[in-house]
Design a protein around this ligand. Structure first.
Ligand SMILES: C[S@@+](CC[C@H](N)C(=O)[O-])C[C@H]1O[C@@H](n2cnc3c(N)ncnc32)[C@H](O)[C@@H]1O
Length: 292
């Protein structure tokens, strides 16, 4: 099991260091300069941003201590700092640290962002260090064992009245999931192209794990008294039918509103992604036991 955790972390590190090599600091600067316009668009047309910023998240940030796990290209960390949060960011990709260093050098945010390199589970922080802990498309890169260790550490680091917010893919229908893998997307062949798919899978940085809403609910409830799972994307997932960029964005905007009118079980069963909100850490579960 230990080897699996190390292997998957190494795979992520290699994969994302390559991917972030091309991240432009200019792109982040532009977003921060036009922050309101960027957020008005992203939080109504991009599933991960809609899901992260739902329920007035933007208004929760000013003056708060926020930890972002798996900060990746660092856009979310920069935006949260731009909205007045004191952000600590972590990623196992060294490139993320280089991006944060450039953001700080150029003083793009009033409060500099603190970057923590490497394995977050080995970092020491006093209990109750953070008001908010967030991650966008992060948890599904962890094995179940790593996920449990992260939740335990987060429950320890979170203030008693704090909140955890993750946005992750949702896989609640085996049928839909099977069909999804059959449709090729740029950079990933169809599961029916057996040889090509096997080569792609060997390099893929995602562990084999559950991303069902019930899994996340069950895991969250082991460390937090309150767990809320909000599904998203069951109509939006058809956006590829609209290749024209303007029409595509208009469709997405409407799709999120249409989805909300359907019963919860429909939204959940066909969801593409989900916001997971954890509150009230269970004190008895916060004894840190190491994992590597
Ligand atoms: C899909 S990317 C998401 C990046 C960013 N949050 C976003 O929304 O664009 C997943 C990120 O998680 C990071 N990651 C994977 N395993 C990790 C671990 N054990 N600790 C910290 N970061 C990790 C990867 O390096 C990558 O940057």
């Amino acid at each position: 099991m230990e080897t699996t955790n190390i292997d998957i972390t190494k795979k992520n590190q290699n994969h994302y260091n390559k991917r972030y090599a091309a991240v432009s600091i200019k792109g982040i600067e532009q977003k921060l300069k036009n922050l309101e316009a960027f957020l008005a668009d992203a939080t109504t047309t991009d599933t991960s941003w809609v899901a992260m910023f739902r329920n007035h998240f933007k208004n929760q940030l000013s003056g708060k201590k926020v930890l972002e796990l798996g900060c990746g290209d660092c856009t979310l960390s920069a935006v949260m700092a731009g909205l007045g949060a004191a952000v600590t960011a972590n990623d196992i990709a060294d490139k993320s640290g280089e991006i944060i260093a450039k953001i700080n050098e150029a003083a793009l945010t009033d409060i500099p962002i603190t970057f923590i390199q490497g394995d977050f589970l080995k970092q020491e922080f006093p209990p109750g260090s953070f008001d908010l802990v967030v991650g966008k498309a992060f948890v599904h890169h962890l094995t179940h064992e790593q996920e449990a260790a992260f939740y335990q550490k987060i429950a320890y680091l979170l203030k008693p009245e704090g909140e955890v917010r993750f946005v992750e893919p949702a896989v609640n229908s085996k049928l839909l999931d099977g069909l999804r893998w059959m449709v090729p997307v740029p950079g990933r062949p169809s599961s029916l192209q057996f040889k090509k798919f096997a080569i792609w899978k060997a390099a893929d940085p995602h562990p084999d794990r559950s991303n069902s809403s019930s899994h996340y609910q069950k895991m969250g409830l082991q460390y937090f008294q309150e767990v809320e799972i909000i599904p998203i994307g069951f109509i939006e997932r058809f956006n590829r039918l609209f290749p024209n960029s303007k029409t595509n964005r208009a469709f997405r905007r409407k799709a999120y509103r249409w989805e909300a009118r359907f019963p919860q079980w429909v939204q959940r069963y066909f969801a593409k992604a989900q916001t997971m909100v954890f509150r009230k850490p269970i004190a008895a579960k916060t004894e840190i036991s190491g994992i590597s």
